[in-house]
Design a protein around this ligand. Structure first.
Ligand SMILES: Nc1ncnc2c1ncn2[C@@H]1O[C@H](COP(=O)(O)OP(=O)(O)OP(=O)(O)O)[C@@H](O)[C@H]1O
Length: 514
C-alpha cells in the first residue's frame, strides 16, 4: 500500500535528510518528506515522534542540525516565520494568538503587521469567507466567538497571504463534529485549487477521510509513507507505535458505591469581563464509576474545574461535598487531603512547572509524602518520578528532564500518572488525552477506568465524545455554564448530546428522557 501522488513538475517542498539534535537525543533523524502541489499530506506519529520539531524547522522557528529544504526544486534556508510566510508558508497553531477585545478584522490587520489597511482586510475577508465557506463577521469581538470561529480567523489570516502550503497542527481538537466536517470541505477546496496542506493529527479516521499520503514518524525517523485510505485506522496506529493498539477493557462489573463528589446548586460568578458564570450545577460521582462531562470548549469547563478543585471557592460550603465533607470553601490542598486529585487541561504551566525537573514536579501533588519538617525528600521525589515514567510509558529525552523538554503527549502521561499513582478517592481530569497519540490515549483511558473499577470516583471533562463513550458510565453536557441532567451513558445518543451542546435541548425544555 505504497502511496502514489504523481505530478509532472518538482514537488512544492522537499525535506532532505533533516536532523535535529537536542543533546544526546535525535528528535529528527534524517527525515525525507516531499509534498506535491495541491496535496493534503498527513504527518503522523506517536507522542514524541518528532512531528512538532519537523514542522517548526519547516516554518523557520528552529534551525535544523543537518539537512536541506527545497522549495520548488530550489534549496532554501528558512531562518524565521517571516521568511517562511514570504516564501508561501502559512501555519495554524493549536493555540490561537488573538486579542479578545479586538474585532475579527482588527485581529487580522494586526497580525499582518501593517501590510494591510483595515478596509482592505474587511473586503478580502468577506471575499475569502464566501469563497471558502469560512463564515466570519468582521466586526464581532473575538471574545464572543467559539473556538471554531477563532480557528477560522487564523485560517483566513493565512489565506490572505495566498499560501502555497498550509500547515495545520491538530486542527480539529477544538471543533465540534459539525465544525470539523466544515473544515474538511474548506481544505478539499483549497487543495483542488493547488494549495498544499501538511496535516498533523492523532485522529486517524479524519486522516483517512482527507489525505492521500501520510508520512509516519517513529522515534525521529520515517518508518513509512502510505496511502491512509488503503489501511484501517488500527493498522496505521500499529505502524505508528510499532505494535497493535488494543481496545480498552471496561468489562469489570460496574457497581457504584457511595457518593464521593456531590455538587448542589453551585453558582459562581464569571471571572473577568468574558468569563463564563456557572449556573445551578448539580452533579454526583460515586465510588466505582466514571462520570463524563461533554461540551464544546469555552462553555464553563475550566470554570467548573476551578470550582471543583478549589482554585476558586464556592460561596456555600455545602455546594460541593467531597468524601462526605462540605468542601466548597476549602482550598486545593485541603481537598487533596480528602484524597481528591486534579489534572487541569493546561499541562505546561498549570499542571507542571516548565523549567523544573520531573522529580521536582511530583511535589505539586505529593508534598505530603515528600516534604518532612520543611525538607524536601529529593531521593523520594526522584524515585517517584522514575516509577511514574515507567508505569505510564513516559518517553523522556533524558533521565530526569525539565518538564518543558517533554513532547506534549508525554507530559500529559506524566501529569496523569502523577495523580493516578496516588490512588485518590476522587480524580477530576480535564481533557485527559488532548494531543495524545492512540497508544497513549488507550493507556490513559484504561488507567481512568481501572482507577474507577478499583473503587475511586472519576470525573472526566472532555470534548472528545468517542472518548466519553469509551470510558464513562454516566454523562452530562455543559453549555453556557449550565449542566444538563446526568444520565447513564447508554441512554445518550450523539444526536441528543449535539442538541445539548448547542443549547437547543435546554431551549426546548430538554431532549433527555429523565
Ligand atoms: N527543547 C527541547 N530540548 C530537549 N528535547 C526536546 C526539546 N523539544 C523537544 N524535545 C524532544 O524531542 C522529541 C520530539 O518532540 P516533538 O515535540 O517533536 O514530538 P511530537 O511528535 O510533536 O509529539 P506530540 O505528539 O506529543 O506533540 C521528544 O523526545 C522531546 O522530548
Amino acid at each position: 500500500m505504497k502511496a502514489d501522488v504523481s505530478s509532472s513538475g518538482p514537488p512544492l517542498v522537499e525535506l532532505i535528510r533533516i536532523s535535529k539534535r537536542y543533546g544526546d537525543l535525535l528528535a529528527n533523524d534524517g527525515i525525507d518528506l516531499s509534498i506535491e502541489p495541491g496535496e493534503i499530506h498527513a504527518l503522523l506519529g506517536e507522542n514524541g515522534a518528532g512531528k512538532s520539531t519537523l514542522v517548526k524547522i519547516l516554518y523557520g522557528v528552529i534551525e535544523p542540525s543537518a539537512g536541506e529544504i527545497r522549495w520548488e526544486g530550489r534549496p532554501v534556508s528558512i531562518g524565521s516565520p517571516v521568511e517562511a510566510r514570504t516564501l508561501g508558508l502559512g501555519m495554524v497553531f493549536q493555540h490561537f494568538s488573538l486579542f479578545e477585545e479586538m474585532t475579527v478584522a482588527e485581529n487580522i490587520a494586526v497580525a499582518l503587521s501593517g501590510e494591510w489597511s483595515l478596509a482592505n482586510v474587511r473586503n478580502r475577508l468577506s471575499e475569502i469567507s464566501r469563497t471558502y465557506g469560512l463564515a466570519l463577521d468582521a466586526d464581532r469581538a473575538v471574545w464572543t466567538l467559539s473556538a471554531g470561529e477563532r480557528q477560522r480567523i487564523e485560517i483566513v489570516r493565512c489565506l490572505l497571504q495566498n499560501p502555497r502550503l498550509l500547515i495545520l497542527d491538530e486542527p480539529t481538537s477544538v471543533l465540534t463534529p459539525q465544525e470539523a466536517e466544515h473544515l474538511f470541505v474548506t481544505l478539499d477546496k483549497l487543495s483542488a485549487e493547488g494549495c498544499s496542506i501538511l496535516y498533523i493529527s492523532h485522529k486517524l479516521e479524519e486522516v483517512r477521510r482527507l489525505c492521500r499520503r501520510a508520512t509516519i514518524l517513529r522515534a525521529g525517523r520515517v518508518v513509512a509513507t502510505i496511502d491512509p485510505r488503503a489501511s484501517t485506522a488500527r493498522e496505521i496506529a500499529a505502524l505508528m507505535v510499532g505494535n497493535e493498539v488494543g481496545d480498552i477493557r471496561t468489562d469489570a462489573p460496574h457497581t457504584p458505591q457511595g457518593e464521593v463528589l456531590r455538587v448542589r446548586n453551585l453558582d459562581m460568578p464569571p471571572v473577568g469581563l468574558h468569563g463564563q458564570a456557572l449556573k445551578d450545577i448539580n452533579l454526583v460521582v460515586r465510588a466505582g464509576e466514571v462520570v463524563g462531562i461533554a461540551g464544546v470548549a469555552g462553555n464553563g469547563q475550566s470554570e467548573l474545574f476551578a470550582a471543583l478543585s478549589g482554585e476558586r471557592l464556592a460561596e456555600r460550603n455545602d455546594a460541593i461535598t467531597i468524601a462526605g465533607k462540605p468542601s466548597g470553601g476549602m482550598g486545593i490542598e485541603a481537598r487533596r487531603r480528602l484524597s481528591a486529585a486534579f489534572v487541569p487541561e493546561e499541562r505546561l504551566g498549570h499542571a507542571a512547572a516548565p523549567t523544573h525537573r520531573l522529580s521536582e514536579n511530583t511535589l505539586i501533588s505529593h508534598a505530603s509524602t515528600e516534604v518532612r519538617s520543611g525538607f524536601i525528600l529529593l531521593n523520594a521525589a526522584k524515585r517517584l518520578a522514575r516509577t511514574i515514567i515507567k508505569s505510564f510509558d513516559v518517553r523522556t529525552p533524558e533521565g530526569d528532564p525539565q518538564a518543558r523538554k517533554l513532547s506534549g503527549g508525554n507530559l500529559q502521561k506524566f501529569v496523569i500518572g502523577r495523580e493516578i499513582i496516588r490512588k485518590p478517592k476522587l480524580l477530576i481530569v480535564d481533557q485527559p488525552t488532548w494531543g495524545v497519540d492512540a497508544g497513549a490515549a488507550r493507556l490513559i483511558r484504561q488507567s481512568l477506568v481501572d482507577l474507577a473499577r478499583d473503587g475511586s470516583a472519576v470525573l472526566v471533562v472532555s470534548q472528545d465524545l468517542d472518548e466519553l463513550f469509551e470510558v464513562a458510565d454516566q454523562m452530562a453536557v455543559i453549555h453556557q455554564g449550565m449542566l444538563s441532567p446526568q444520565k447513564p451513558i447508554g441512554e445518550w445518543t450523539k444526536e441528543a448530546i449535539g442538541l445539548e451542546m448547542l443549547g437547543v435541548a435546554q431551549a426546548q425544555g430538554g431532549a433527555h428522557a429523565d
